[in-house]
Write a protein that binds this ligand. Structure first.
Ligand code: IZC
Ligand code: ZN
Length: 450
């Protein structure tokens, strides 16, 4: 492939100032969290007739200075006494510039693969049936426990590089394939090291409550005993380590109950970890209701929420601490589900919607976030603008990073993608295509198509 990965690029002084020019459109996503009708507002700047130099974005020392016509952006930089003549220039060649994409729900770190389940599902096997038989998450846990830190780091680098190639500059990464103190800590440590290495930002989440591990399963009180071990052993160790920002639970009938999930998430809160949930992925399980009750940052999946769950999220959205509904339609697609998350209803009820890959070896073996946009448009009936808001500004809010990333506004981190299409509406349209011309991370070009 002809993409050039510029590793590091950190001490290139010429990139202290960067001016991207010649864009046909700049999707700024300015204006904060999107909900209701605003989900469809990309706050786009379009080159009018006679805008010589097209549309431009400038950044200085990693932060956005201005976006607009090239003339206006240069004038703003000068007004701030910045040496705009010495800025590195990058020609967007009539393409589209968006904020760097944010993937707010992945299980980035694991070992092995599960193509056998792919086949079993074609033959009609259900997700929880495969798990109960010791497959699914449990097979990945066995492989992950056996992997070395170096294996996990190499795996993480491989997939982060691929995500970057699809325009992704920030990725949430859950633990959850260790299910014991030592391996959960290892996974969070590897996620933290990948973040330090860059260029993609990695946000670690603790997911000890992903499944009940094999060693607890034979016991009559196995699930309760495992929940106690999360609360008494895993959470204190995770908090002491300091890598994870939030605590997640797979709250689903047949996995962890609402009551068990509440206990774990409340214990996490006491350790300073924000709650987020796998909610109602397979069946209405009270996950959406619990997310609203706890004021979670996000309720994820929601492929099968109850009416009461949707009402609870709508009520939270009307308040000052909305729960972001992070939908994962590529998972429903992989599971060959007959129902998808009620995205239109959520938007109608004012619930902010984000989208993520759910990248994992079982239910979404794809790291391609733009492809998720395509599935969201076709199956969730989102518009291109709604879908793009869902992987930029709303995804940033789902991770608690809304003040830093997710939009092109003065002062925010300059995470940008230059796309080889003249309008954002083509991003979900060219399904599975390789559309990225360049990626900028904190004002530095980290990927450029040669
Ligand atoms: O490995 O199956 N749903 N967790 C909850 C997953 C899917 C990932 C997996
Ligand atoms: Zn997940």
């Amino acid at each position: 492939m002809s993409l050039r990965l510029i590793q590091g690029g950190r001490d290139d002084a010429s990139e202290t100032g960067l001016l991207i020019e010649g864009a046909a459109e700049i999707v700024t996503m300015a204006g904060g969290l999107r909900r209701g009708p605003a989900q469809a507002d990309p706050a786009v700047l379009v080159a009018g007739a006679g805008a010589e130099g097209g549309m431009a974005v400038a950044s200085w020392q990693g932060r956005i200075v201005a976006a607009g016509t090239r003339e206006a952006v240069e004038a703003e930089a000068r007004a701030q006494s910045l040496p705009v003549e010495r800025f590195t220039r990058f020609d967007a060649r009539g393409g589209t510039v968006t904020p760097g994409l944010i993937d707010p729900h992945t299980h980035l770190l694991f070992a092995g693969s599960r193509e056998n389940e792919f086949r079993l599902r074609q033959q009609g096997a259900g997700y929880l049936e495969i798990l109960a038989a010791g497959g699914g998450i449990l097979s990945t846990v066995a492989a992950t426990r056996a992997a070395s830190d170096d294996d996990l780091l190499a795996h993480g680098r491989r997939w982060l590089t691929e995500m970057l190639g699809h325009g992704v500059t920030t990725v949430e990464a859950k633990s959850g394939y260790g299910l014991d103190v030592a391996t959960e800590l290892r996974l969070l440590e590897v996620a933290g090291r990948l973040d330090e290495d860059g260029p993609v930002s990695v946000v670690p989440t603790f997911l000890g409550a992903h499944a009940v591990p094999a060693e607890y399963r034979g016991r009559p009180d196995g699930t309760e005993a495992y929940v106690a071990s999360i609360v008494d052993q895993q959470l204190p160790a995770v908090a002491a380590q300091g890598r994870a920002r939030s605590c997640d639970v797979f709250c689903e009938r047949g996995v962890f109950s609402v009551e068990q999930s509440r206990r774990i998430l409340e214990a996490g809160l006491l350790h300073g970890l924000e709650p987020r949930l796998h909610a109602d992925e397979l069946a209405p399980s009270g996950g959406a209701e619990l997310a609203a009750e706890l004021g979670a940052r996000s309720a994820d999946h929601l492929a099968a929420p109850s009416r009461a769950g949707i009402a609870a999220l709508a009520a939270a959205a009307a308040g000052d601490r909305p729960v972001v509904a992070t939908l994962l339609p590529a998972t429903s697609w992989t599971l060959m589900a007959d129902h998808y998350a009620p995205a239109r209803l959520l938007i109608e009820r004012g619930v902010p919607v984000a989208l993520a890959t759910d990248f994992n070896p079982g239910t979404c073996p794809s790291p391609n976030l733009p492809l998720v946009l395509t599935v969201a448009c076709l199956e969730l009936k989102l518009t291109a603008a709604e879908a793009l808001a869902a992987v930029t500004v709303n995804a940033a809010h789902a991770l608690g990073l809304g003040d830093e990333v997710g939009s092109i506004e003065p002062g925010k981190v300059a995470d940008l993608v230059v796309w080889r299409v003249p309008t954002y509406a083509q991003i979900p349209y060219w399904a599975g295509a390789d559309l990225v011309a360049a990626v900028v991370k904190a004002g530095r070009r980290v990927l450029v198509r040669g």
